[in-house]
Ligand binder design. Structure first.
Ligand SMILES: [Zn+2]
Length: 378
């Protein structure tokens, strides 16, 4: 189906008398959450919305490839169907009649689903994706089922049960009445290479279906980068697996969480030493962050640690040794400072289940107190 026919049919039945640009906004808001500023179409400086003249011209032809590429991985058939099904039954009946020429089985009950499929196809075509033949599709389905059976569980845990496609993040396992249901597929990253574990990624069904049609080198490169990050991160997690970290850390963090502004005002520290461990020129974001946390929290955290140690709730010496050991192991594996910082934060998070921001504050504390990061040697 061509976009101009799709657009004019829907406009006739569900636009409530809106004119072309208004209905264009509405129609795309039903299928994607990508805002108009991100569409990559010419913007009207006054309204920050797509230019009306552009929208009128798209409605008569089709949408530009660049625009289609911006939204193709952020489509939600579910939203579109829900929104369409909320329209009056009369309108749906008329719409179903209009679309009978395209699919003789269309009726008011299935017109929303069929329309969603057509809309997605139109956007995929506009993005430059080439439709695959039925044979290619069924071959792919068989291969995917086989890979899922072989590597599915491993790949699911590799991505932490979230779709790793940039901008997606959908959950890959859902709970229905206490039962866990998987909702993912195993995709090749580089489609020209063998289906080996380093070339496979678990994706949500939507991203999987879109990527199946997408042969652009850009998307492949993006997924290769995602895989590289996941492999490095999971390698670090495994590296730290058998290193203990006191559960007493939970108590420390809970006390840090409760600190109020008034507790912190008279307890700031000027952490000149941080510069000896982190070079601002190497990573200004990390340096600034650590510096700020140390300035604000160091004095109070030391008090908390000492008092918990005195009461026997934690073994401060032990925690210092553990931190040092964790740092040393990451350092030995030649991880960069930013990675080391994030991996220790992650380790504390796994042990304590406390929010990352408080785990970052704790790691910053241990940088100042010399367990994490060595002084820079010149
Ligand atoms: Zn996804």
């Amino acid at each position: 189906m061509e976009f101009k026919d799709f657009f004019s049919t829907l406009k006739k039945r569900i636009s409530d008398g809106y004119d072309v640009p208004e209905f264009f906004h509405d129609l795309f808001a039903m299928i994607t959450d990508v805002t108009e500023e991100e569409w990559g179409t010419p913007l009207d400086p006054a309204t920050k919305k797509a230019k009306e003249s552009s929208l009128r011209s798209y409605a008569k032809r089709t949408i530009p490839q660049k625009f289609a590429q911006k939204i193709v991985y952020r489509l939600s058939k579910e939203n579109f169907i829900e929104s369409l099904n909320s329209r009056p039954t009369d309108a749906l009946e008329l719409l179903a009649d209009d679309f009978l020429a395209y699919d003789a089985e269309t009726n008011k009950d299935n017109v929303a689903e069929k329309t969603a499929d057509w809309f997605v196809e139109i956007i995929q075509n506009a993005a430059g994706f080439v439709p695959k033949s039925a044979m290619e599709q069924s071959k792919q389905q068989l291969a995917a089922a086989d890979l899922k059976a072989k590597y599915g569980l491993y790949l699911l845990s590799e991505v932490g049960h979230n779709c790793p496609f940039p901008g997606c993040g959908r959950l890959l396992t859902k709970t229905n009445d206490g039962k866990t249901v998987d909702s993912y597929e195993v995709s090749l990253i580089d489609k020209k290479k063998a289906p080996e574990i380093q070339n496979l990624l678990a994706l949500c069904p939507q991203c999987y279906a879109t990527y199946f049609l997408d042969d652009t080198p850009k998307s492949c490169k993006e997924l290769q980068e995602v895989k590289r990050l996941l492999v490095t991160h999971n390698g670090s997690v495994a590296l730290l697996d058998n290193l203990p970290l006191e559960k007493g850390m939970v108590g420390v963090i809970k006390k840090v969480v409760k600190l109020k502004e008034s507790d912190l005002v008279n307890a700031s520290l000027d952490p000149k030493e941080i510069k000896q461990k982190l070079n601002p020129a190497d990573n200004i974001a990390l340096y600034t962050q650590v510096n700020m946390y140390v300035t604000t929290y160091f004095v109070r955290i030391r008090e908390i640690m000492m008092s918990l140690d005195k009461r026997g709730d934690i073994e401060y010496d032990e925690i210092q040794d553990q931190m040092r050991a964790i740092y040393k192991r990451l350092k030995k594996a030649k991880k960069a400072n930013m990675e080391i910082f994030n991996e220790i934060v992650d380790k504390i998070h796994r042990v304590s289940l406390q929010e990352d921001i408080y785990c970052q504050i704790i790691v910053s504390y241990f940088i100042q107190s010399c367990e994490v990061f060595d002084a820079i040697t010149k």
